[in-house]
Design a protein. Structure first.
Ligand SMILES: Cc1cc2nc3c(=O)[nH]c(=O)nc-3n(C[C@H](O)[C@H](O)[C@H](O)COP(=O)(O)OP(=O)(O)OC[C@H]3O[C@@H](n4cnc5c(N)ncnc54)[C@H](O)[C@@H]3O)c2cc1C
Length: 481
């Protein structure tokens, strides 16, 4: 948790500095509500995409930046992501930003194994668990060719069919970087992406000629592992994204750094611990928007709401005085638990022979149990820390829709295991990604009121938050050119 304490102590300095800067707002005045990936990226792209400069105030109700990008550190300098943990090479905005800010990228999960851990560990790196047995296991030291061969052996040419369709989807997705556009529904339709979002993952994959074994094993594991949703419920594009996390990256030291750097680069005045309560039209045309927050009342030319509307507790009125509403979205409430134990997982719990190793990352694809009632959705070994080859701490990250049962650790670890510590975090994580062709518009009011998080019904990732932010930044810039 070390970095959090540092951020908290810096916060007071930043807020004081921000308050001084706010007095002298002169350039077009922009309020951004939320300092997560979307809000930070909006500030960055506003300030860096034209010669026009802006006076930007970022309101953040929490005591830290990052929102659903939060890095946990137990004080021994080993960061673990509690929220967004990875991004892929196709995520242009994130990759470019990490390079621009000179942040070190690492292969996601490459910091998992301690150097002095015994070489004799023969655990598989990944397993799909159906509640009774493992349907699929991937060996830890398998070569790239070996893993392709294994997938081809089990799923035949469905692997190739999926890869082809994924490539097509990525090319269509990249069309969204040709900005700006006002309406995501129109842009997604023009790029052919609503063909993917209109049906559920199972129906979409079947339309590609992909068979049920691939869908019910790899497909289901991916959608449950990434979005805690079933492949026959989640929209098809999200199912494809879930299956596309190979070669993923993380930022060494924590993904939050990208957004911290973006905010600093934008010279935005950052108001931490400051909740926006209301956004309403101003009485004077020179002050089109008034933002009421726990810090007071300020006037702005444009307002960007960069947080899910349903949980923001902001009352928003349009320039005509009407209460603004956005498409209702249901966010899944989930628990992320980090636990440090003296043993690896118990093979007995997973119906394996006593002397075998349990796969290091497990996705629960038990389809006989209601998703909300599963004891866990995923369990992943995120780090091993060994004092000697036989004395290690095994740190696991567990995703679940329900709070872990009090005796859960004694079930999944062998008897005699010492639990060194654990830490738990609850999130309103991502929307239930139902099939749809209609997405919330970025424009809440054409007089300069914008909303980024409608993008999450399309795909909920750090990259798509930055994509929405970049698009809205470009639309705002057009107004001032
Ligand atoms: C457990 C988990 C795992 C994930 N894994 C991945 C992953 O591996 N890769 C990936 O790309 N994405 C992942 N995601 C999704 C990703 O985290 C989000 O899509 C993205 O971070 C959303 O960013 P945002 O800025 O749009 O919203 P948020 O991060 O929610 O930011 C909104 C901010 O607004 C603030 N706020 C709210 N109300 C107010 C108010 N009234 N006034 C002022 N401030 C306010 C909040 O405190 C918050 O900081 C994951 C999410 C979760 C929860």
């Amino acid at each position: 948790m070390v970095w959090m304490y540092v951020v908290i102590s810096l916060a007071a300095v930043v807020v004081a500095k921000a308050n001084q800067e706010i007095v002298a707002l002169q350039s077009p005045r922009i309020a951004i509500v939320g300092a997560g990936a979307g809000g930070a990226a909006a500030a960055f792209y506003l300030q860096n995409s034209s010669n026009q400069s802006f006076d930007i105030v970022v309101y953040e109700s929490a005591d830290r930046i990052g929102g659903r990008v939060e890095t946990f550190d137990d004080g021994e300098g080993h960061p673990i992501e509690l929220g967004a943990s990875l991004f892929v090479p196709a995520n242009k905005n994130l990759i470019d930003a990490a390079r621009f800010f000179d942040l070190s990228l690492m292969k996601h999960g490459s910091d998992k194994h301690a150097t002095n851990e015994s070489d004799n560990i023969k655990a598989d790196s990944f397993g799909i668990w159906n509640g009774k047995s493992f349907l699929y296991k991937r060996p830890r030291s398998e070569s790239y060719i070996g893993s392709i061969a294994r997938l081809l052996y089990r799923y035949g040419f469905d692997i190739v069919r999926f890869q082809r369709q994924r490539q097509r989807a990525i090319e269509s997705f990249l069309d969204l970087y040709n900005q700006p556009f006002h309406d995501l529904t129109d842009a997604a339709y023009a790029a052919g992406l609503t063909d993917y979002t209109m049906s559920n993952g199972t129906a979409l994959f079947e339309s590609f000629g992909i068979g049920s074994k691939f869908i019910q094993e790899l497909g289901l594991a991916a959608t449950r592992g990434n979005y805690l949703q079933n492949i026959d419920e989640i929209q098809g594009l999200a199912a494809m994204v879930s299956l596309s996390t190979d070669n993923a990256y993380s930022v060494k030291g924590g993904n939050w750094q990208i957004f911290d750097k973006m905010l600093k680069n934008a010279s935005a005045a950052l108001l931490l611990n400051t909740s926006v309560i209301a956004v309403q039209p101003g009485a004077d045309p020179k002050d089109p928007w008034i933002v009421r927050s726990s810090d007071g009342v300020r006037a702005f030319d444009q307002v960007v709401i960069a947080t899910p509307f349903h949980s923001s507790n902001i009352s928003v009125h349009s320039s005509s005085g009407d209460l603004v509403k956005v498409q209702p979205v249901y966010y899944l409430h989930m628990h992320v638990t980090i636990v440090s134990a003296s043993s690896r997982l118990d093979p007995e719990y997973f119906n394996l022979k006593p002397d075998t190793y349990v796969p290091e990352s497990i996705v629960n694809c038990d389809s006989d149990t209601n998703a909300a009632d599963l004891p866990f959705h995923t369990i992943s070994l995120v780090q091993t820390r060994c004092v000697t080859s036989s004395s290690c701490q095994y740190i696991y990250k567990i995703f679940s829709l329900r709070k872990l049962k009090p005796d859960f650790y004694s079930e999944i670890f062998p008897s005699g295991t010492e639990i060194y510590w654990d830490y738990s975090k609850e999130w309103d994580s991502f929307p239930r990604l139902d099939p749809t062709t209609h997405f919330q518009s970025f424009v809440l009011d054409s007089n300069g009121l914008w909303y980024l998080n409608g993008m999450e019904q399309f795909i909920s990732t750090m990259e798509t938050s930055t994509l929405a932010a970049r698009n809205v930044a470009n639309l705002i810039i057009q107004k001032f050119l």
